[in-house]
Design a protein around this ligand. Sequence first.
Ligand SMILES: *[C@@H]1O[C@H](CO)[C@@H](O)[C@H](O)[C@H]1NC(C)=O
Ligand SMILES: *[C@@H]1O[C@H](CO)[C@@H](O)[C@H](O)[C@H]1NC(C)=O
Ligand SMILES: *[C@@H]1O[C@H](CO)[C@@H](O)[C@H](O)[C@H]1NC(C)=O
Ligand SMILES: *[C@@H]1O[C@H](CO)[C@@H](O)[C@H](O)[C@H]1NC(C)=O
Ligand SMILES: *[C@@H]1O[C@H](CO)[C@@H](O)[C@H](O)[C@H]1NC(C)=O
Length: 404
Amino acid sequence: MQSFAALLCAVLTTVTYVSASSFFRMPLTKLASPSSYLAGLPDADRARAAFLKNFASGSPATVPASNLAYVQYTTSVGVGSPPTYYNLVVDTGSSNTFVGTGTKYVQTSTSIFTGEDVNVTYGTGYFSGFEYLDQVMLAPGFVITNQSIGDALSYADFEGVDGIVGVGPVILTEGTLSPSTNELIPTVMNNALSQGLITEEVLGVSFAPATSYNDTNGALTYGGIDSSLYTGEITYTPVTPTYPAGYYWGINITDATYGSAVTVIPTSTAGIVDTGTTLVLLADDFFESYLRAIPGAKIDPSTGLMTVPATSVSEIQTLNFTIDGTIFSMDAAAQLIPIDQNTAWGLSKNKQYGVVSYLGTNSGEGLDFIIGQKFMEKYYAVFDADSNRVGLAYTEHTFTTYTP
Ligand SMILES: *[C@@H]1O[C@H](CO)[C@@H](O)[C@H](O)[C@H]1NC(C)=O
Ligand SMILES: *[C@@H]1O[C@H](CO)[C@@H](O)[C@H](O)[C@H]1NC(C)=O
Ligand SMILES: *[C@@H]1O[C@H](CO)[C@@H](O)[C@H](O)[C@H]1NC(C)=O
Ligand SMILES: *[C@@H]1O[C@H](CO)[C@@H](O)[C@H](O)[C@H]1NC(C)=O
Ligand SMILES: *[C@@H]1O[C@H](CO)[C@@H](O)[C@H](O)[C@H]1NC(C)=O
């Protein structure tokens, strides 16, 4: 499991929220990756071509995203001219874009060294290296020039991927360059807008439950939303003014319930929506209410995941989050890891694990939940920087039946 939410220490150098400094001590032990994780990295051109939707400058471009090893989403990004393709983690919880943790950065005539060091620490892992300006291709014909990117020379916890495309708010890049520590690095979304490649600074994200180890079942729309990827209306909610959640794609959840009787989140509280985090994490006190409501459920100390006894699996109730007046449910299938994925996750074969876990701190500190990939596999998400809001919508796979 991963959490690529950028640590806030950089931001905290200029804006002081002392109580936040311990937020991203992620409680989860990184799971051992099976050896197949390192299998060859064929390039994504074919899948990309199949997905591509009539890109023209100024209109949104939809590209495929792959669920890798059930725990992260990657997309293929070309850098340089001629481009080298990198499979980069799609991360709304951080904002630096960098390559080099798998396929090394290949410099071409378009690569310009900026003279800066770059160093970013994440919930899991870090990278440091040198910062360049280069040409970055997010989709065929969708080429950002003068994009500042990192070349990772030293790093940890990026197995199987080549880096990150950071689509969080630009403030998260503060403090990552040296010597220009106060300089922000315009993100790919910022530059796509300023260079006229898109007319709205909006990112549409479609994830879905994976059915294979590397499942190209996702889609990213740069510059808009793709109405074929959700059902009904999009519920928009403003980016929360509560910090530190508000530095990210932070939103308020007004309440959460488990089944008809158990309150999990009692009052409006702020947290973040994060494609770079695998699980759904709740502040420890919220999580405790959820855990206690499932007979026999407990935390497995070796993985930090919840385990559910077989006898309780069929009794799992719906976990409902209310966001801006709309209920977003996680049914049993959304809350549980299919047992046939246990080996790929590095888990015990026959146990039933859950995807909802604890944050590692109690509520009340301004970032009380992380809605990660396992929630986003059920709902379409819109990250709208123009209107400073996050949208969520139901999809055709919001509700499914759990078959262990
Ligand atoms: C996963 O699939 C994508 C799309 O086919 C491909 O580009 C990528 O290299 C694959 N990743 C791994 C680790 O096999
Ligand atoms: C990166 O930053 C962290 C935190 O500021 C620091 O501990 C670490 O030494 C830095 N690493 C490099 C290689 O600069
Ligand atoms: C290129 O980007 C850098 C920072 O990312 C900026 O300072 C510079 O003005 C840009 N140059 C051009 C020609 O847009
Ligand atoms: C939870 O949401 C579902 C719809 O997804 C709804 O049918 C159910 O009544 C909700 N439960 C509660 C306690 O609000
Ligand atoms: C968002 O939640 C915070 C608590 O974290 C609360 O103080 C604030 O009033 C809420 N805002 C809205 C619009 O509900």
